[in-house]
Every structure is written in C-alpha cells, then in structure tokens.
Unconditional design. Structure first.
Length: 284
C-alpha cells in the first residue's frame, strides 16, 4: 500500500508465507538498511546473496530484445540528427545537450552522462562532455544511450571534423577491424574472455595493446551495465538471448582516441547487431 513503510509490507509478506530464511543482495544493500530489515524481521535468518537477480535477467526474452531494438533504432536516429549539428566552434556540452533534447523529444531518457570527447580529450575512455570547443581536424567520440519503454540502448561512433589524417584513418580502421572481429566472435558457447581476446589481439598486434585499457563490452537491458561482461577476467559462457555491447577502443594520450560500439544479441548462429548506424568513418 502506498505510504506504508517497506519493512511493514515485507514483514507482512514474510509472515503470511511462513518464511524463516530470506536472501538479500549483498552488493546493493547498505548496512543501515540491512539493520532496519533485520530489526523488523525478528526470527528470520537473513542470508547474503550475490547477483541472484542478475542471473535471472542475463538472457533476454524475445519481447525484451524487441524493446532494446526499439531503443537502438531511436538512438540511430539521434546520431543521424547530431551529425548535422557537429561543426567547428560548437562545444562538446552543446553537442551533448542537443543529443539529449532530441532523445527526449522522441520519448527517451538518458541512461548515462553522454560522452562527447574531441581532439586530445578522445584519449579519455569516459570523457563526458566538457566546455571544450570542437575544432577542424578533431576526432569526436560520441557514446550515448537512452531508455525507451524501460529498456536502454548504448552506442558509440567516432567521427572526424573535416578530412582525416593518415594516422587518424589508420587508427580508425584498426578499431573497426577489432570491432567487427569481436562481433563475429560473439557466439553462443564462447567464453566472454575469449571474445574479448579476439578483439584485443588485433589491437595488440598493431602495437596499441596498452592503449585499450577496458573490457570489450557489457550486458545491457533494464540497466546500462548488466551481466555478462566481455572482459579478460569473465568466464561466463555466452548463451542465446544475451545482449551485450562490443566496443573496442584505442586511446593515445595527447593525440585522441577512437571507439566503435554496437549492441548485439547472441543467437544460435551469428550475433544479431541491433545498432544500424554505419561504421564507415564519417566526415562532418
């Protein structure tokens, strides 16, 4: 009932069901909240659990995948819109705000602080938008996503303002090769760490291994970061229905960076890419 303390409702349900042992999510429960619940549930053993709910959500139903695909479609549209806005003289914050405005108009809400990292700031994998003015010749990395009907999208594209230099083209092509290989490797039965290694090995062979410092991807659904992770330390085996990002990057201090990201759903065969935007290097 609205207005009733959660502990009162929980106590009533526990009593009616005759529960004597109750699990709680240890990664999300504060000490004070646990103490409050313990005081309200005298005689009930509270048992810490880890990722019990996440394990139930790790594979998505067909309806859930459809909702994520809808969110991706709107995000593709937002990217198409922002291409006409990026130009020398605008700030990263102005780009992020324009993206946000467009997404709100189409019924979305942001699922994280948008990353708009231009020029040398592109070397920051998590470089949220700043007051930096975008200049001719800058690479601009845009990482953004939004909730639509409770499920979220997540995509990254890197564009160039003007004509790319030879080095910019080479780094972009390298990241694209690694990204395409990661998507191709994301199959049911593959360990997450093995998929990560497929993309990572390509970047390592090109001499940029120390400039790809994060995991290849992560699960997406009701939250922007869910299980499983595509990372060197992740032993989870991919199963049909899992939705993950594939987002390798190369980040060179003082120079800039490139990241390309799609969402894919794992199937019995090839992964199905939910992001439709081209991965050709776009000049704005």
């Amino acid at each position: 009932m609205h207005g009733t303390p959660m502990t009162d409702t929980l106590g009533k349900v526990v009593s009616e069901m005759g529960i004597t042992k109750l699990g709680f999510e240890s990664e999300h429960m504060t000490y004070d909240h646990l103490h409050e619940i313990g005081a309200a549930l005298a005689g009930v053993e509270l048992v810490p659990t880890k990722r019990a709910v996440e394990s139930l959500r790790i594979a998505k139903s067909e309806d859930e995948v459809s909702l994520i695909a809808e969110a991706c479609k709107l995000t593709d549209e937002a990217f198409e819109h922002i291409l006409g806005f990026i130009k020398p003289g605008v700030t990263e914050n102005e780009v992020a705000n324009e993206l946000l405005t467009f997404m709100i108009k189409v019924g979305m809400r942001p699922s994280f602080d948008f990353i708009v990292a231009s020029g040398a700031r592109g070397a920051m994998p998590h470089g949220v938008a700043s007051d930096k003015v975008i200049a001719e010749g800058d690479l601009v990395t845009l990482d953004f996503g939004g909730f639509h009907r409770r499920y979220t999208s997540d995509m990254t594209r890197t564009v160039v303002v003007g004509k790319p230099s030879g080095e910019q083209r080479a780094v972009y092509d390298l990241v694209l090769e690694a990204q395409l290989a990661g998507v191709a490797a994301a199959r049911a039965g593959m360990k997450c760490s093995d998929v990560d290694q497929v993309s990572r090995a390509i970047i390592q062979r090109a001499g940029h291994g120390d400039r790809f410092g994060h995991g290849l991807g992560h699960g997406v659904g009701l939250e922007i970061h869910e299980a499983p992770r595509l990372a060197q330390s992740e032993s989870t085996v991919l199963e049909p229905g899992m939705v993950v990002s594939v987002e390798p990057g190369v980040y060179i201090p003082g120079w800039g960076g490139v990241r390309i990201e799609d969402l894919v759903v794992i199937t019995d065969g090839d992964a199905r890419v939910l992001t439709s935007t081209t991965k050709d290097l776009i000049q704005v």
